[in-house]
Design a binder for this molecule. Structure first.
Ligand code: ATP
Ligand code: MG
Length: 347
């Protein structure tokens, strides 16, 4: 997975120490129901724990509204978490004596889906790329040299593009600029929220290959969100499957895609395979919509759509095993827990 890993000179804890550990992260949005209604909470990220190894790519999949973007923002401390811990290369993020937001920000950056909205239309590409480094104290001349280096690195000829403005570029070129900007502070972690979803297929492939190349050249670690399972399979070492604010399955990409254990993951894969007549569908594709994420009921959140639902699913909440080992494949489902009381449980 992490193969011949070349460690970053800033590394603290060695290859075995995860780059980022997320522990019991929660982000609830308050929602008001009616004029005098009691306050309710939308459970966007609901007790999520996992770790990202150094130079690893973790893919995140799940239907619209399951909390992928909220998780990305909470992971980067762009959105304040209600509770939980973030540990970056052994150091707590935030809190007294922890890594400051400013320092964490230099080490962990985000790339968004909308390449145009992410860029300031009034700044040239060079100004866009020098802004962050100058803000963080780099001399302007040095920042300009760095910007040109970054443009080269993302495949945009500096002489042609440094003075250009966002509207003069194609979607793929703008996304290359966004990637260069994310790299301008020399981060170790990039969180990418649907970075290629707005691009044509041929441009998408070029940008994905660029990301793979950059990851190797700069010893980067990626968290890659996409609703496209094929893209996630292509990019990721491990995959997180999210449903209604929680992780329902997590494991090596190869294992999750070929031996999905959660009926939700099986449904997602079947929905994808059903587009391809050559691939056999063994499980039912997903039907219906997820229930409301506002004050979700006890029990398994997938129970209302699950073809294997039994009473135990509505009364007991299945838990995900501790996901600290890189090789393990975990699932939060009573079917995969022999002692759960589900009549079809296997291990
Ligand atoms: N600022 C906010 N205030 C209130 N609710 C929010 C806010 N941001 C997100 N939500 C809600 O949180 C839930 C998760 O949203 P999120 O955008 O993280 O989902 P997502 O998985 O990224 O979806 P998509 O695939 O459509 O991008 C949704 O129900 C959404 O409506
Ligand atoms: Mg999103």
């Amino acid at each position: 997975m992490t193969g011949k890993m070349v460690l970053d000179p800033r590394d603290r804890g060695g290859a075995a120490q995860p780059l980022l550990i997320a522990r019991s992260l929660k982000k609830y949005f308050p929602v008001k129901r009616g004029l005098f209604g009691r306050s309710s909470y939308l459970h966007a990220v609901d007790d999520i724990s996992f770790s990202i190894g150094k130079c690893e790519t973790i893919g995140v999949v799940g239907e619209s509204g399951c909390g992928k973007s909220t998780l990305a923002r909470v992971l980067l401390d762009l959105l304040h978490r209600d509770s939980g811990e973030l540990i970056f290369d052994g150091e707590a993020v935030g809190g007294l004596g922890g890594l400051s937001h400013r320092d964490f920000c230099k080490s962990a950056q985000m790339v968004f889906q909308d390449s145009y909205a992410s860029l300031n239309p009034r700044l040239s590409i060079e100004e866009t790329l020098t802004f962050g480094p100058v803000f963080h104290g780099m001399k302007r001349g040095e920042a300009k040299d760095r910007a040109r280096g970054l443009l080269n690195m993302v495949g945009l000829e500096p002489r042609r593009y440094a003075g250009a403005y966002p509207h003069e570029l194609s979607g793929g070129q703008r996304q290359r600029v966004n990637i260069a900007r994310a790299l301008s502070l020399n981060p170790r972690l990039l969180v990418m929220d649907e970075p290629v979803s707005a691009l044509d297929k041929s441009v998408e492939a070029q940008v994905l290959n660029l990301l793979i190349d950059l990851r190797q050249r700069m010893a980067l670690t990626y968290l890659f969100i996409s609703h496209d399972l094929n893209v996630v399979r292509f990019m990721s070492d491990r995959v997180i499957v999210m449903y209604l604010g929680q992780i329902v399955e997590f494991g090596p990409a190869q294992s999750v895609f070929s031996q999905a254990k959660h009926p939700y993951t099986q449904g997602l894969l079947a929905s994808r395979l059903s587009n391809n007549p050559d691939e056999r569908i063994e499980s039912a594709p997903l039907n219906g919509d997820p229930p409301s994420p506002i004050d979700p009921a006890h029990g398994c959140r997938f129970a209302s759509r699950c073809p294997h639902v039994e009473d135990v699913c509505r009364t007991r909440t299945p838990s995900l095993p501790d996901m600290t080992s890189a090789e393990s494949h975990g699932v939060a489902c009573h079917l995969s827990d022999l002692g759960s009381g589900h009549s079809k449980a296997i291990q």
